[in-house]
Design a protein. Structure first.
Length: 52
């Protein structure tokens, strides 16, 4: 697996999914946190695959 590069897409990814997942964890809503982490993993994988 290659290392992801920090681009504009990665910044948006970190801001949107990171803040959403952190909010879910801080509010102890574990189902919502799991959902955000799953969405984040899917989008990160798709972004890495598309740029190859």
């Amino acid at each position: 697996m290659r290392v992801p590069k920090f681009t504009g897409n990665m910044a948006v990814f970190l801001m949107f999914f990171g803040l959403s997942a952190a909010d879910a964890v801080w509010s102890h809503n574990w189902l919502r946190a799991l959902l955000w982490f799953a969405f984040g993993a899917l989008f990160l994988r798709a972004d890495m695959k598309a740029s190859q």
